[in-house]
Each structure stands twice: as structure tokens, then as C-alpha cells.
Design a protein around this ligand. Structure first.
Ligand code: PLP
Length: 621
């Protein structure tokens, strides 16, 4: 656990149990009444078709824990409730979940359900996101906010106005000044009085990777001049009372509470100015940015960590808003945040398997060696017998170099080269030379499942989920299934460029990527036509296994991913089958066609030989 700093980034949900496996407490650590869940047992249950209740799902696998979502929402709410109470703040906190972080139906429905007791709402940034948010909120708390962000056309604005008509508590947030005319015209046409918000472009700049949208040159929001023009226009249209919310977002992963307080303070000033100018202000929406400590270092100097927790975040926000409003004698607004990363990151774990290790070559027998190399080999043996390992090391390196030169000239054959390389490795091991970093091939697509590792070099905690009581003997990087040299992971938490790993010896070696519940699923693509993982939803139960799988869905099949690129798997199958009957005997054509059909139905990832054989019917003689 110390080696991988599980206690640093995993608390309160993940730790290492006495069996050396990752153990999950979906309700957080303070709920001692619940048993811990052994993650390996979930993986076995989900993937093994032979175990009792085994589901036979193919890996990679996402394990979702709805109870973690519930705990995250409750923790965020209680952090704000506490700060509000202790500061004597005169209003309440009412958050929204930005669905872009993970639009999975069950994730969104769970958030609406678990957030309902405290009026938790949703944020949408596009038309399909608004559609899903509208339908999900039909089952939510009537006071929950539906915040409409993003670039908007007439269709988006009409949809948001319809949401308003359906008694959903909808706020249309102006992202650009031009949206205002559309809102004024369409709301008059549809006879709907809208609730309008505006996104301010703050001067406070978040300097980290995720701060690209902040500062004066940021992509989004209205400048001071534009805000004043909006107020004037609304006033002229007799709609200034519709302006009720001020929004800003200075970027994800805000590194420190100092920067946060700076941004919130600036926004609170704009809020108070809008009150002065006659708007009917009620809500300050501080956007996202509540960060995650991916490496457990609690540092505000990197993109993968933040120097605060939920409690400190909430206190800084409440204090900053209160200070400004009190100075200006403005009624305290409802505080809304659009925390996405902080709500969903912990709720899922991506499990994948190492399928082999590269970087070693077995030693071949010396009888392959040509005379000159045999001489080197004898010198080497003599030095080894004397226990002169330093000399051994020098000999092997020289020998290898000479051998490679001769191979290039064509005077050494492949078997000889292999024998020497194998020997060098044996010697390197024997003299305790630093083992080179090995490449672990993993049954995964980085582009599909951990796209930010490729796109922005983000690091996530990636560790074996078992054998953690055993000292790792090697260091490795992970290389995925795609035919792309970028399909690798060679950056890990704590700035490491390799990961301590165990030898893969026959049995399965499972790795987990943690804290990837936000953004990764939505951003992933189908490079090389690898689709998404299988998914199980797991709840804590009092039964003998301490967990229950409440939903299990295999990942997209080869046919599914082919359809994404406009191929027609049914027609493809028919033409291949037709060709089978044309080219092979009817007896052999039928099994051939069923083998083809099975491949279309299967996920694109590797399957073990035993699974492949178990599925295939016995071939005719
Ligand atoms: N709100 C807006 C407008 C955003 O652009 C984003 C993400 O970038 C978020 C909320 C969510 O941010 P986070 O995941 O940091 O909470």
C-alpha cells in the first residue's frame, strides 16, 4: 500500500486488505457497519463464466459503485452546509452536476436520485446533454437547477425554454452576447418568462494545464463591456428581472484555495454590481474546478494534485462570497457549483489484464555459437567460476556488441544472436545489474479507456489490484493493443516513469486504473476499432459476498464498433458467408460461417485460448 501510496489517493474508498488485494468501502471509511468489498472477487465474479454467479464478461471492465456517488454528493453537501453554518452565511448551497463529466444514464440517474434530498441539479452544455438532463430531472427535486451552458443556437434556446415550460427550474446562461437577442425573441414568441444567467470572463487566471479557458483571453464568457450591454438590453426589453444568476468557470483542477478565493471574490463583486444595476440576482454559480488529488501528494504545484480537501474548498468559497456581499450590503446569494470531477472520479475503477511481458529473451544453448564467439563464451564462464562478476558483465556487453555487428554483416545467424542476448541477460541478472524497464502488454486501448493519458499526459493511479503483499520484482511500462506507439502508459503518479510490477507467471495479472470516473469514458474514441469496456454496477450487500452485481453489460462487440464507422456488419457477414459456401465444401462452410458470426458478436479485445476454444463447436473431421 505504501509503495503505491494507496492511502494517499485512495481514501476513504480504497485500501489494501490482508490478502494483498484492493478493498473497497463504497460508503467511505467512517461507515464501519459495512463490510469491505474485495475488488478481485468482483472481477472474478464478473469475468469468470465457471464461478457461482459468474457472468462471463470480457475484460476490460469498468466497475461502478453507486454508493461512492452517494457518498461524494453527501460529503460535498455537508462540507458546504458546515461552512455555511460556521460562517453564519445567510443562504444555502445547491450544486449541479455537469453531465459532460460522465453522461452514462445510470450515473446521471443515480446523481439525481441521491442528490434529490438537497435539491441537487444538472448542468448541460449541448442539445443532447440538455435532453438527457431534462428527462432525468423529471424524477428529481422540483427545486433542482437545470443550468444550460455552452454555445447556443435558436434550437438549443427553444429547448431550454420548453424545459422551463415543463416546470424544470431552468437557467439559460449567456455564453456569448449574441445569444441574448435569440432568448428575448424566442421567449416572447413562446410566451415564456425565462430565467437568465450570464457567464463572466474573470481576470483571475488559473495558470495550470486546465486553466486555458480562464483569464481575459479565455475562450468563454462576457467581458465587462458586454455584461453592461446585456443589462441595458434586458432593461430595454423589460426583462431585467429575468437576470438572476452569475456564472464563471476558471478551469478544472483549481490548484489552491488562494486562487479559488481570488476568483470567487472577483465574481462576487460582479454579482453585487449586477444587483446595483437592478437585476434580480439570486444565485452565484462558481463553475467547476474542485480538484482531485490523483497522486495523493496534497500539493498545489502540479496538475495532478490539489492542496485542499472538500472542507477547505467550501470554506474558501463561502468566506469569499460573504466578505464581498457584506461589504456591499448585498443579500447572500444561493451558492451553486458545477463540480464534476469531484463527484464522479472515484465512483468507477477500470480493470484490465496484463497479457504478457516484453523485454527479455530466453538463453539458447551455446552450441549455436560460432568459434570466435565460443571463445568469448569460455572467457565468460571462467570469470563466472572465479566469481569475478564485474569482468563477466564487461565481457557480455562486448560480446553482444560484436555479435550485433556481425549479424548486420551477415556472418552471425539469428540463433547465435539470440543465444548471446539471452546470455547477456542471465549475466546481468546474476551480477544484480539494474534490470531494464520491462514492457507489459495490456489488454486495453489507452485511446478508448484512458484518453487523457495520451491526449494531455494526465497521470492516474494505476496499480495491480492483487498480489500487493508480494514485493514487486520488476519495473514496467504499459503498452496497449493498438498498433500505435502512443498507445502506452509511461507516466505514473509521483513523477515515476515506470511502475513496480510483479512477474506475470501463467495466472491472470489484473491492474486497475482508479479515479478515472470523470471525462475518460466520454472522451474515449475507437482507435483501431477497440470499443468501450464491459460494465458492472456493484452495490454493497449484507450477503456472504458483501456485494451484489446490480447490472452487467458487455462492452461493444466487433459488429457494434464497425457500425460506428458506417460499416454494415449484417451485410458483411452475408457476403463472407456466401464466399465461404463458394470456396469450401458445404460441410466446412457452415462451421466457418458460425466462427465468423461469433467474431462479429465478440468484443474486439483479446480472449484467452481456453475461452476461444470453449466457445467454438467441435470441428467436423
Ligand atoms: N462547468 C463548466 C462550464 C466547465 O467547463 C467544466 C469543465 O471544464 C465544469 C463545470 C466541470 O469542471 P470540474 O470537472 O473541474 O468540476
Amino acid at each position: 500500500s505504501a509503495l503505491y501510496n494507496v492511502d494517499g489517493w485512495g481514501g476513504p474508498y480504497f485500501s489494501v486488505n490482508s490478502a494483498g488485494n484492493i478493498s473497497v468501502r463504497p460508503h467511505g471509511s467512517d461507515t464501519l457497519s459495512h463490510q469491505e468489498i474485495d475488488l478481485l472477487k468482483i472481477v472474478k465474479r464478473a469475468s469468470d463464466p465457471k464461478s457461482v454467479g459468474g457472468l462471463g464478461l470480457q475484460l476490460p471492465l469498468i466497475v461502478r459503485f453507486p454508493d461512492v456517488l452517494k457518498n461524494r454528493l453527501e460529503s460535498l453537501q455537508s462540507a458546504f452546509d458546515y461552512a455555511i453554518q460556521s460562517e453564519g452565511y445567510g443562504s444555502h448551497y445547491q450544486g449541479v452536476y455537469p453531465v459532460k463529466c460522465n453522461q452514462d444514464r445510470f450515473v446521471v440517474e443515480d446523481i439525481v436520485k441521491f442528490g434529490s434530498p438537497f435539491r441537487f441539479g444538472l448542468e448541460a452544455g449541448s442539445k443532447p446533454e440538455l435532453l438527457l438532463a431534462m428527462s432525468s430531472l423529471c424524477k428529481g427535486n422540483a427545486e433542482a437547477l437545470l443550468v444550460c451552458n455552452g454555445f447556443k443556437d435558436a434550437e438549443y434556446i427553444s429547448l431550454a425554454l420548453v424545459a422551463n415550460k415543463l416546470a424544470l427550474n431552468t437557467v439559460i446562461v449567456l455564453e456569448q452576447e449574441e445569444e441574448l437577442d435569440l432568448i428575448v425573441d424566442l421567449s416572447k414568441k413562446l410566451c415564456i418568462k425565462p430565467v437568465i444567467g450570464l457567464r463572466a470572463k474573470l481576470r483571475t487566471k488559473h495558470a495550470g494545464h486546465f486553466g486555458g479557458t480562464s483569464g481575459e483571453k479565455g475562450k468563454f464568457g462576457l467581458t465587462t463591456v458586454q455584461i453592461l450591454r446585456v443589462v441595458k438590453k434586458l432593461d430595454l426589453a423589460g426583462m431585467l428581472d429575468c437576470l438572476q444568476l452569475l456564472h464563471f468557470h476558471i478551469g478544472s483542477q483549481i490548484p489552491s484555495t488562494a486562487l479559488l478565493a481570488d476568483g470567487v471574490g472577483e465574481a462576487a463583486q460582479i454579482y453585487c454590481e449586477l444587483v446595483r444595476l437592478g437585476a434580480n440576482m439570486r444565485v452565484i454559480d462558481i463553475g467547476g474546478g474542485l480538484g482531485i488529488d490523483y497522486d495523493g501528494s496534497k500539493s498545489s504545484d502540479s496538475d495532478v494534485s490539489v492542496g485542499y480537501g472538500l472542507q477547505e474548498y467550501a470554506a474558501a468559497v463561502v468566506h469569499a462570497v460573504q466578505c464581498v456581499c457584506d461589504r456591499r450590503s448585498v443579500k447572500h446569494p444561493i451558492i451553486c457549483s458545477e463540480s464534476g470531477r469531484a463527484i464522479v472520479s472515484h465512483h468507477s475503477v477500470l480493470i484490465f489484464e496484463a497479457v504478457g511481458m516484453g523485454g527479455t529473451s530466453p538463453a539458447l544453448s551455446p552450441h549455436y555459437l560460432a568459434e570466435e564467439l565460443s571463445e568469448d563464451y569460455r572467457n565468460l564462464s571462467d570469470a563466472a567460476m572465479r566469481g569475478d562478476y564485474e569482468t563477466c558483465f564487461v565481457y557480455t556487453e562486448e560480446m553482444k556488441q560484436r555479435c550485433v555487428e556481425q549479424f548486420k554483416q551477415g556472418t552471425v545467424c539469428m540463433e547465435e544472436l539470440a543465444a548471446v542476448e539471452g546470455l547477456c541477460e542471465l549475466v546481468r541478472k546474476a551480477v544484480g545489474a539494474v534490470e531494464p524497464v520491462r514492457t507489459y502488454h495490456v489488454n486495453l486501448s489507452v485511446f478508448t479507456s484512458i484518453p487523457d493519458a495520451w491526449g494531455i499526459e494526465q497521470v492516474f493511479p494505476i496499480i495491480p489490484i492483487h498480489r500487493l503483499e508480494e514485493k514487486p520484482s520488476v519495473r514496467g511500462i504499459l503498452s496497449d493493443l493498438t498498433c500505435d506507439s502512443d498507445g502506452k502508459i509511461d507516466k505514473f503518479i509521483n513523477g515515476e516513469s515506470s511502475l513496480p510490477l510483479h512477474e506475470v507467471e501463467g495466472g491472470s495479472y489484473y491492474l486497475g486504473m482508479f479515479l478515472g470516473g470523470a471525462y475518460e469514458e466520454a472522451l474515449g474514441g475507437v482507435h483501431n476499432l477497440f470499443g468501450g469496456p464491459s460494465v458492472v454496477r456493484v452495490s454493497q450487500s449484507d450477503g456472504p459476498h458483501s456485494f451484489a452485481v446490480t447490472r452487467a453489460v458487455p462492452g461493444p462487440s466487433c459488429a457494434d464498433v464497425l457500425r460506428v464507422m458506417q460499416h454494415q456488419p449484417e451485410l458483411m457477414f452475408e457476403s463472407l458467408k456466401h464466399r465461404a459456401f463458394e470456396y469450401v465444401t458445404p460441410d466446412n462452410a457452415a462451421p466457418l460461417a458460425s466462427a465468423l458470426a461469433r467474431t462479429f458478436d465478440r468484443m474486439p479485445y483479446l480472449v484467452s485460448l481456453s475461452t476461444f476454444q470453449a466457445d467454438a463447436p467441435a470441428s467436423p473431421d
